[in-house]
Write a new protein. Structure first.
Lengths: 262, 262
C-alpha cells in the first residue's frame, strides 16, 4: 500500500506538471520535525502532515473556523524544539500551529503576501517577510483559540528595500536572524532581547552570490563554531562566517563539483 | 564643445573644459524601484578604486585588492547620496584633501556630467580633485555593496525627493529601515548630514533620526564649528536656488552612536 506521504508528494508532482505553463505555481514545500516526529508538506493551499511515529496522516484542526489556507502556502517552518509550526503564503495569513495536537492556535493577517516565515529559538516570536521585503514580528500567544490577533499587531523589525525575501533563519544560539533575498544579498541582523522595538543592528552582510539566493541554513552549534550556508541561482553553495560576513568557501555545483577555494 | 555620450568621455579630457549642463538634461525624478541596468559590485572589495581615484591607485600596482602591501590603501570615507551635479563633492574636496569621497546618483546623464566635471577639474587644477568621484547606482538598494561595516565617517543627503504622497513615503531615502543600513556602513562617531527645503520632509528626516537607536543629534555648538555645514545650503544647485528664492532650509545632523544598553 502506498504511504500517504508518498501519495502527497506524487500528487504534488502531478499538479505541477498539469499547470506548468499556467504562470507561476507555488512549489511544494517539505519540512521535517527536528526530532523526527513528523513531516509536513505544503501543496498549494493544502497542508499535509504525516506522523512518522504513529505511521499515519494527521488531520489538522483550525479553531478559526476556516480551512487551512485559502491560497498557495509559500513558507513553512518548525520551531527549533518542534513544539510549534508556522505556515504562511499568498492568502496573507500566517498560521501558528501546536505540533502535539496540530491545532492552529493563532492566525495573523499580513498586509501583503508572505514569502518567508521563521520561529525564534525560544519559541516566543514568529517572524514573517512580506513581498516588499519587510520582516515583521509577532508574539506567540499562549492561549489557544486561533483568533486573529488584534492587540498583538505585527511590528516591523527591518527590511530588505524592495526585495523579495527567499529564506529566513535564526542562528542556533538565537542571537541572530539571517535573511536572504532575490538581489543576491544575505543580511545577518542582531536579534535583540526585546525585539518588539525593532532590530536595527546589522551584524554583517554576506555578499558573494552573483544571482538570487534561494536558501540559507545555519550549521549546528556543537563545538562552539557555527557557520551559515547558502545556495542560489548562480549554482553555487557558499559557506560563511556570518559574524564577519566573510566568504569561507564556494562550491560550484554546475561544474559537477568544481571547487573554488578561498 | 562636443557632446559626449555614455562612458566615452575619457577621450577628450585633456582640455579641462567644464561640461555644459544643458547637454546633460535629465528629468528631476528617476524611479528608484525599477531595475535599471547598471553594474553593481557584488561586494565592497569589488569596487574598483583605481578607476575612480587613479592618482591614489596607480594601475601598474598589480591586481587590485590582492592584499600585499595594501594594508595602507585608502578607502572611501565620505558618501554623497543623491549627489546631483556634484556641487557638494567639489566643495568638500579641497577641505579634506586626504579623504576619498564618492557621489552616488541614479540618473545616467547626471552621473556622466559629474564624471566629466571631475575630469575637467583635475585637468585644469593639477594635483586637486583627485579624491572625488561618482558612481551611477541605486543607493537605496545597494549601499552595502559599496561600503563595508563602519567604513564611512560622513554621509550626506542633500535635498532628497520629498515623495509627498503618503503611499510613496516608503520611497524616501531616509527611513527607519534604511537608517539600519546607513548605520551599518558608518563608523561610530561618524556624522550624517541631511537638509531639505520641504518642511514636512525635514520633520520626517529629523524624526526618523531621533527615533533610531543608532543615531543621536549633534549638539548646536558642534554644528556651528563644522566647516561642512555651510556647504549643505551653499554648495549645490538646489541649495543656491533655495537661497535665491529666500526659502528656508531644514537641517538634521546626527552622529552614529553605539547601541545604548537599556
Amino acid at each position: 500500500p502506498r504511504s500517504p506521504l508518498l501519495a502527497a508528494m506524487e500528487d504534488a508532482a502531478v499538479e505541477e506538471a498539469e499547470v506548468s505553463g499556467a504562470g507561476e505555481f507555488a512549489p511544494a514545500l517539505v519540512a521535517a520535525h527536528p526530532l523526527g516526529n513528523s513531516v509536513a508538506v505544503a501543496v498549494g493551499p493544502e497542508l499535509r502532515v504525516f506522523d512518522l511515529k504513529g505511521g499515519c496522516a494527521v488531520s489538522l484542526s483550525d479553531d478559526s473556523g476556516g480551512c487551512s489556507h485559502s491560497d498557495a502556502i509559500r513558507a513553512i517552518s518548525f520551531s527549533a524544539d518542534g513544539a510549534l509550526f508556522a505556515s504562511a503564503g499568498d492568502d496573507k495569513l500566517v498560521k501558528i500551529w501546536k505540533t502535539d495536537s496540530w491545532r492552529c492556535i493563532q492566525t495573523i493577517t499580513s498586509e501583503k503576501r508572505v514569502s518567508a516565515v521563521a520561529i525564534s529559538k525560544d519559541g516566543l516570536y514568529v517572524t514573517f517577510a512580506d513581498k516588499f521585503g519587510v520582516i515583521w514580528l509577532v508574539t506567540v500567544g499562549e492561549h489557544g483559540g486561533g483568533q486573529v490577533s488584534s492587540d498583538n499587531k505585527p511590528v516591523s523589525l527591518y527590511g530588505h528595500y524592495c526585495s523579495i525575501i527567499t529564506s529566513m533563519k535564526f542562528s542556533p544560539d538565537g542571537r541572530f536572524i539571517a535573511t536572504a533575498d532575490r538581489d543576491f544579498k544575505i543580511r545577518v541582523t542582531s536579534f535583540p532581547k526585546n525585539p518588539i522595538k525593532g532590530a536595527p543592528e546589522i551584524q554583517s552582510f554576506c555578499l558573494g552570490h552573483t544571482e538570487f539566493v534561494s536558501s540559507i541554513a545555519f550549521t549546528s552549534h556543537s563545538g562552539g563554531s557555527s557557520f551559515l550556508l547558502s545556495g542560489g541561482g548562480d549554482s553555487s553553495v557558499r559557506l560563511w562566517d556570518y559574524i564577519t560576513g566573510c566568504l569561507l568557501d564556494t562550491y560550484e555545483v554546475k561544474d559537477k563539483g568544481g571547487r573554488t577555494a578561498k | 564643445m562636443t557632446r559626449t555620450s555614455g562612458a566615452n568621455g575619457g577621450g577628450q579630457q585633456g582640455s579641462g573644459k567644464l561640461p555644459r549642463k544643458r547637454f546633460y538634461r535629465a528629468r528631476a525624478h528617476s524611479n528608484p524601484l525599477s531595475d535599471s541596468h547598471f553594474p553593481i559590485p557584488i561586494a565592497p572589495d569589488d569596487v574598483d578604486l583605481s578607476q575612480h581615484y587613479p592618482r591614489y591607485f596607480p594601475a601598474d600596482k598589480g591586481e587590485h585588492g590582492d592584499g600585499d602591501g595594501d594594508a595602507e590603501a585608502p578607502r572611501i570615507r565620505f558618501a554623497d547620496v543623491g549627489c546631483g551635479f556634484g556641487g557638494l563633492l567639489v566643495g568638500l574636496s579641497p577641505l579634506f584633501p586626504d579623504k576619498l569621497m564618492i557621489g552616488m546618483e541614479l540618473r545616467d546623464k547626471v552621473t556622466e556630467y559629474v564624471k566629466e566635471r571631475v575630469l575637467a577639474l583635475r585637468a585644469s587644477n593639477p594635483g586637486q580633485y583627485d579624491n572625488i568621484s561618482v558612481v551611477r547606482t541605486n543607493s537605496m538598494k545597494y549601499i552595502p555593496n559599496y561600503f563595508g561595516k563602519a567604513q564611512l565617517s560622513k554621509m550626506f543627503f542633500l535635498f532628497p525627493d520629498p515623495h509627498f504622497k503618503e503611499k510613496n513615503h516608503r520611497r524616501r531615502v531616509i527611513s527607519m529601515h534604511l537608517l539600519d543600513e546607513y548605520a551599518y556602513v558608518m563608523e561610530v562617531g561618524g556624522i550624517i548630514y541631511t537638509i531639505t527645503d520641504v518642511e514636512e520632509l525635514g520633520i520626517w528626516m529629523r524624526t526618523c533620526l531621533e527615533k533610531h537607536p543608532l543615531f543621536q543629534a549633534v549638539p548646536e555648538e558642534e554644528i556651528k564649528v563644522d566647516p561642512v555645514v555651510k556647504l549643505l545650503s551653499s554648495a549645490t544647485e538646489e541649495g543656491q536656488k533655495v537661497a535665491r528664492n529666500g526659502g528656508q532650509t531644514f537641517q538634521a545632523i546626527f552622529r552614529r552612536i553605539s547601541l545604548q544598553e537599556e
